[in-house]
Design a protein around this ligand. Structure first.
Ligand SMILES: Cc1cc2nc3c(=O)[nH]c(=O)nc-3n(C[C@H](O)[C@H](O)[C@H](O)COP(=O)(O)OP(=O)(O)OC[C@H]3O[C@@H](n4cnc5c(N)ncnc54)[C@H](O)[C@@H]3O)c2cc1C
Length: 366
């Protein structure tokens, strides 16, 4: 196995690091910058470099580049804390979902905006009474001639207040098993009947939203893929989402800073640094296996678990090294306060372990 980077990959990494540093200088630095660093201007800049849709097929306007290049660009952006959140969901998830399941009309209508860094997407899955158990959701879409009529409430919708479109998972049928009655529908966020209430999290960030849908009418053609097909379609999307580099590097700059401040003459500190650096490298290999499609089916659950728990171990180390300084309210403190979310978003560690046990290892379901 050859772990060396090619000259082109080294050059791409250097360019991405340069653009990331310039983005941080102008728009600020953010831990988990793919969730916390929102700048449309920077998204347009990413687009001008061809870094949105970099690995999408060329017939859909993408760059057609190998997946490892997206890993390189993403790693440099998030490591530096550059603000990539305005385009991240569209690039990572919604674009690929539309390429796989969308109609030609949907692809022509929605992909160019994502590629240009002009449109932001949010994901409407979680509800007040439905999180890990997606099949239990109750927000409904009623078939009414040429339209769907949507009613219900979503919560934790990141960027609901900024997004142009929501990729909504909702119930189109109550007959049969619950997971067979949910569908994916594109909802323009300026449609009448949508009320958005922002939630301030403990880092003072306001990407979370409660979104209320009251008789929201969207055209029938906004259904993505199969009616009742959301469960398998969403599981496939989450599979892509979970194994990415974003799950590993969100705390990287905090680690670098803590290492610089740490007393490296102390054996225990040295051991901890070595342990965390080893963890980072193992996580990176797991992510590469996902990106190169060498991991077993379902294994992204293990990759996500390992990488997000590594990020939390990094944050514990940073707090220990910085002591009271960690409480000064800057991007470090905010990064630490954001830490519990890593093992919740995209599926909790408990649920990841269930997937690993049941689907990958074939253990009995209890
Ligand atoms: C930073 C962040 C961003 C997010 N962004 C979005 C977004 O954009 N759109 C969106 O729709 N949602 C979003 N979410 C919500 C996220 O998807 C949910 O929080 C997550 O799926 C868990 O659901 P829940 O909060 O309802 O917890 P629950 O599902 O109620 O879980 C509560 C606890 O029970 C455990 N548990 C649940 N089921 C099982 C089981 N079967 N076996 C063992 N343990 C179990 C869980 O591990 C957890 O500890 C975001 C969350 C975070 C933290």
């Amino acid at each position: 196995m050859d772990f060396e980077w090619t000259p082109d990959q080294i050059a791409l990494r250097a360019k991405a690091a340069e653009v990331a540093a310039s983005g941080v200088a102008r728009f600020g630095r953010h831990a988990a910058s793919w969730m916390n660093g929102y700048s449309k201007e920077f998204s347009r800049e990413l687009s001008s470099h061809g870094w949105i849709g970099l690995i999408w097929p060329t017939e859909f306007g993408g760059g057609g580049r190998p997946p490892i290049e997206r890993l390189i660009v993403g790693e440099e952006m998030i490591k530096a804390g550059a603000p990539i959140a305005a385009s991240w969901f569209g690039d990572r998830q919604m674009g690929p979902a539309l390429i796989q399941y969308g109609t030609k009309e949907q692809q022509e209508k929605f992909l160019p905006g994502i590629l240009a860094g002009e449109t932001t997407w949010c994901i409407g899955m979680s509800e007040p009474n439905s999180g890990s158990d997606l099949a239990s959701l109750s927000t409904s879409a009623r078939d009414d001639g040429d339209e769907w009529v949507i009613n219900g409430q979503k919560i934790w919708t990141s960027f609901g207040g900024e997004a142009d479109y929501c990729y909504l998972i909702c119930r189109t049928s109550s007959d049969g098993p619950p997971h067979a009655g949910i569908s994916e529908i594109i909802v323009p966020m300026n449609t009448p009947g949508i009320e958005i209430r922002k939630i301030t999290d403990m880092t003072t960030n306001r990407h979370f939203c409660e979104v209320f849908y009251t008789d929201v009418r969207v055209p029938k053609e906004n259904l993505v893929g199969q009616i009742g097909g959301a469960f398998s379609q969403t599981m496939r999307q989450l599979e892509h989402e979970r194994g990415g580099i974003d799950r590993l590097v969100s705390t990287y700059f905090l680690f670098q800073e803590a290492c610089a401040m740490a007393d490296t003459t102390d054996d225990l500190v040295r051991q901890e640094i070595a342990k965390l650096e080893t963890g980072y490298r193992i996580g990176r290999i797991l992510v590469m296996r996902e990106v190169l499609k060498q991991a077993p089916a379902g294994f992204s659950a293990a990759t996500k678990c390992f990488c997000t728990e590594h990020q939390q171990r990094v944050d514990q180390f940073v707090s220990t090294v910085m002591g009271a300084n960690a409480m000064i309210w800057d991007d470090t403190a905010k990064g630490l306060a954001y830490s519990p979310g890593y093992t919740i978003m995209g599926g909790t560690s408990n649920v990841m372990r269930n997937i690993l046990g049941e689907r990958v290892l074939g253990l009995a379901k209890i």
